[in-house]
Design a protein. Sequence first.
Length: 82
Amino acid sequence: MPVLVPHAKLASLLGAQTIESNAVTMGQLLDEIREMVGDKDWEWASRVTILVNGRNMHHLKGRATVLEPDDMVWMILPSGGG
């Protein structure tokens, strides 16, 4: 099963540091997580960079990216500074 590692604030809402999913695509996984937290919290929680095995999902096939059973998906909040 693919494993999602949400950012800390989303993990707090989900009550877990990792989520295992039966999703076959990134779109299915994101929809599953959205249902778990609700639309209001998802609005801010989804403003992240999403990496599939270290590669930005938008450089793959976006929501159509196929997930394999051993994939790791990371949600990372943007940061800045200097």
